[in-house]
Design a protein around this ligand. Structure first.
Ligand code: HXC
Length: 523
């Protein structure tokens, strides 16, 4: 480990040599054998991760020589290289960012007072300069030897996470252990990318076994797949560190530097010629499913989009994409999963995404094919009312341009929750297959024609007749168009052109809300 007291050399040349030696020792972190062990586990070292993330030679380390000020319990002479975290600034595709990377080879990457101070100072610099903050987590959590000071350090990190929230994008990359209260720091960021080498939980398998008697492995409990498919805590799964860095870079390419800017135009595609394939994707029959991603890939630039939380609440799709180079957030019902119904998890997933986009000036595009909120006792007991309300809240509060396209079903409250005109959609289009109504024709006929159906000689035939009558009268886009709920009924082939034009028109949208400290979104 680095030497605390060195005898200073007399000449500049020797001093430069001493500096290089000291730096080398610091860069060795916990030493060769621990670095080797880290690599054998399929993990990169803290410095390798930063080197992979940033443009070549752009890393400007800050605080390599920082030391803890206290005598650590049982470790009187310890010198802890960089105090177990590498911090600094650099660029990604030429854009400045601030980074931190916990060094697991140094006391398990544990966070004491100085480590947390370094991280918080880096975050403050990100805030000051309006640049994104990225943090590789790989740590045994609070440094046990520093006791309460390490807890306080985490408190400061949480506070800083919240301070940065909505001002600069924060991206957490969970690349190793992240346990206990420490996991609340990534949870307070905007996006979590987790590698398959990492684990994250509040209490590990052993504690769970002793408290509840449940048997679970670390992977089952807090591996990346569990968080993606079951808890919904993370946004992206990465096979390893390299893959995580690629996701982080792609994600950043869609985002602005901070909340006062708009995302840079990237690789615009100005071809908005009709796409006739779009006429063949959505079955006219409402009961048939399809993959809404087949629509997304045909309307966005180059068919390229980045799905967020792709493995959780898959009945709704949230994704970043571009129209003529302009970043948008796409929120689309997914009819191939649960018929695209909105449930508790889908509402939460959409709400978080809408809030992020609105915070960072990213317009929202909705693709609507939703039969309703999911019926069920568990949904009601689980609070579908307050969860669904979040979506209504988020869309109503969002002042970015909002463009809604109704592909097929748009029934009842879920029609509103997918950002209809009344929730502030600036442009609303409907395909000829759209059915915008209070409910489906079957349900509606049963309610309003119940007496006639019961009294009929042939109730089944009368019922079918009434359903047909209702469908033709109400389950079309034309009633909504007549009432000004949609601007136009469009040929699906023209969807890209219409959305692109609307986004260009509303790019200058300026909308304010009454001044308040903050709203009170249900949770
Ligand atoms: C100090 C720690 C440490 C910690 C690990 N180390 N965690 N040192 N404080 N929290 C050290 C080990 O002593 C060891 O040092 C080195 O890091 C590597 O640890 P190993 O156990 O050898 O590694 P591994 O087998 O891979 O296990 C990794 C681990 C395990 C699963 C993370 O170390 C572990 O369970 N650590 C304790 C986790 C924990 O209980 N943390 C406190 C959580 S409470 P040497 O010198 O041998 O290399 C918390 C509260 C935050 O974090 C509150 C915020 C509100």
């Amino acid at each position: 480990m680095a030497n605390n007291n060195i005898k200073l050399a007399d000449s500049m040349a020797e001093r430069v040599e001493q500096l290089a030696e000291q730096r080398h020792i610091i860069e060795l972190g916990g030493g060769e054998s621990r670095l080797q062990k880290q690599r054998e586990r399929g993990k990169q070292t803290a410095r390798e991760r930063i080197d992979n993330l940033l443009d070549a030679h752009s890393f400007d380390e800050v605080g390599a020589f920082r030391k803890h000020r206290t005598t650590l319990f049982g470790m009187d002479k310890a010198v802890i290289p960089a105090d177990g975290v590498v911090t600094g600034r650099g660029t990604i595709f030429g854009r400045p960012v601030h980074v931190a990377s916990q060094d697991f080879t140094v006391m398990g990457g544990s966070a004491g007072e100085t480590q947390s101070t370094k991280v918080v100072e880096t975050m403050e610099q990100a805030l000051l300069t309006g640049t994104p903050f990225l943090f590789f987590y790989d740590s045994g959590g609070a440094r046990i030897q520093e006791g309460i000071d390490s807890l306080s350090g985490y408190g400061k990190m949480f506070f800083a996470n919240v301070k940065l929230s909505g001002v600069v994008p924060q991206i957490a990359i969970i690349a190793g252990p992240c346990a206990g209260g420490a996991s609340y720091s990534p949870a307070l960021t905007d996006f979590i990318i987790m590698t398959k080498k990492a684990h994250m939980f509040i209490t590990g398998p052993a504690v769970i076994k002793s408290v509840t008697g449940e048997d679970v492995t670390a992977d089952q409990l807090g591996g990346a797949d569990a968080h993606m498919t079951t808890s919904g805590n993370i946004h992206f799964v990465a096979e390893d560190d390299d893959a995580a860095v690629l996701i982080a870079k792609k994600l950043l390419s869609f985002l602005p530097q901070n909340n006062t800017e708009e995302a840079a135009f990237v690789n615009p595609n100005n071809d908005v010629s009709p796409c006739e394939e779009l006429r063949d994707i959505v079955p006219v029959e409402g009961t048939k499913g399809y993959d809404v991603r087949d629509v997304i890939s045909r309307i966005v630039d180059w068919g390229d989009y980045l799905e967020v939380k792709a493995g959780w609440a898959t009945n709704i799709v949230t994704a970043f994409a571009r129209f003529n180079g302009r970043t948008v957030g796409v929120v689309a019902n997914q009819p191939k999963v649960m018929s695209g119904c909105l449930d508790i998890d889908a509402s939460d997933k959409a709400t978080e995404f809408i809030n992020f986009c609105d915070s960072f000036n990213i317009p929202l595009v909705q693709l609507v094919d939703v039969p309703g909120f999911l019926p069920g006792v568990q949904q009601e007991y689980g609070g579908i009312i307050r969860h669904g309300a979040k979506m209504l809240y988020a869309y109503s509060e969002a002042t970015v341009p909002k463009v809604t396209v109704v592909l097929r079903k748009a029934y009842g409250g879920s029609y509103l929750a997918m950002c209809n005109r009344d929730l502030g959609a600036d442009a609303v289009y409907a395909w000829p297959t759209a059915e915008i109504a209070v409910m489906g024709a079957d349900g509606a006929a049963n309610v309003i024609f119940r007496r006639e159906i019961d009294a009929a000689e042939d109730p089944a035939a009368t019922r079918a007749e009434k359903i047909e009558e209702y469908r033709n009268a109400f389950n079309t886009p034309y009633v909504a168009a007549a009432r000004g709920q949609v601007d136009d009924v469009i040929d699906p082939a023209d969807t890209r052109r219409k959305i692109t034009a609307a986004l260009e028109m509303y790019a200058t949208k300026r909308q304010t809300r009454p001044a308040k400290k903050h709203g009170n979104m249900p949770c």
